[in-house]
Design a binder for this molecule. Structure first.
Ligand code: R5P
Length: 243
């Protein structure tokens, strides 16, 4: 392998630790983004070396294409039905393992796949760990029809949560609205900090034009944090209700 940058060494280390959790016969969800791409490559190496029999669903077309190219067969989520484990990246994670995702516009399929998994494991580098979510712009997937009205409704919802005057930006690609794999738009909310992620997620998802938001709350079970020296730290979600 060519020499990796310190940032990529951290991502790759987290990916290797995540792929070590995979067992023969598992039904897997494959995440999206640059860290997940390392995971797909490391997984393909194990599949080839050990002949692992896996059933895999992808969270984006990009991941499906990469996996297929590397010899991992991708099936539809409904063909598999339920997953044992999903391995995915994140844009931010807090100490409770709540996440912001969607920097690569894949949040909708990612959330569906995470919710259909017994276990979700996140791979990230140390720069993604924050005390409080929100410095990363929160992606919200919206229907193209009436998107400006949806933006106004989001603005009003934010005001009710005392989050006034926060810019809401239409994500673009080549000067055109970026289209997600589902053909929707992404609005990025520049919130700076999110005081109550649960209240915000609920308020956003009550708006008709909102398909889903990038807050992944109580979904992640374990985070594997790669360091530039190749070490990996584990962060586990605290199970609520346990003494
Ligand atoms: O939509 C994209 C996903 O949520 C990614 O998992 C997230 O943006 C992290 O990507 P990366 O590993 O490239 O930082």
């Amino acid at each position: 392998m060519t020499q990796l940058s310190p940032a990529d060494t951290a991502k790759n280390a987290a990916a290797i630790a995540a792929v070590a959790l995979v067992r023969d016969g598992m039904r897997l969800g494959l995440g999206s983004g640059s860290t997940a791409a390392f995971m797909v490559r490391r997984l393909a190496e194990r599949v080839e070396a050990e002949g692992l029999q896996l059933r895999c669903a992808a969270t984006s077309q990009a991941t499906a294409d990469l996996a297929t190219r590397l010899g991992i067969r991708i099936e539809g989520l409904d063909e598999i039905g339920w997953l044992d484990l999903t391995l995915d990246g994140a844009d931010e994670l807090d100490p409770d393992l709540n996440l912001i995702k969607g920097g690569g516009a894949a949040l909708l399929r990612e959330k569906i796949v995470a919710c259909a998994s017994d276990r979700m494991v996140v791979m990230a580098d140390g720069t993604k760990v924050v005390d409080r979510l929100g410095a990363f712009h929160l992606p919200v997937e919206v229907i193209a029809f009436g998107w400006q009205t949806t933006r106004e409704l989001i603005c009003r919802a934010l005001a009710r949560l005392d989050l006034t005057e926060r810019p809401i930006l239409l994500r673009k690609h080549d000067d055109q609205p970026l289209l997600t794999d589902e053909g929707n738009y992404i609005l990025d909310l520049a919130l700076e900090a999110i005081p109550d992620p649960h209240a915000l997620s609920q308020a956003l998802n009550e708006i008709p034009g909102v398909v889903e938001n990038g807050l992944f709350l109580n979904l992640c079970d374990l985070a594997l944090i790669g360091q530039p020296d190749g070490n990996v730290t584990e962060l586990e979600a605290i199970q609520e209700g346990l003494e």
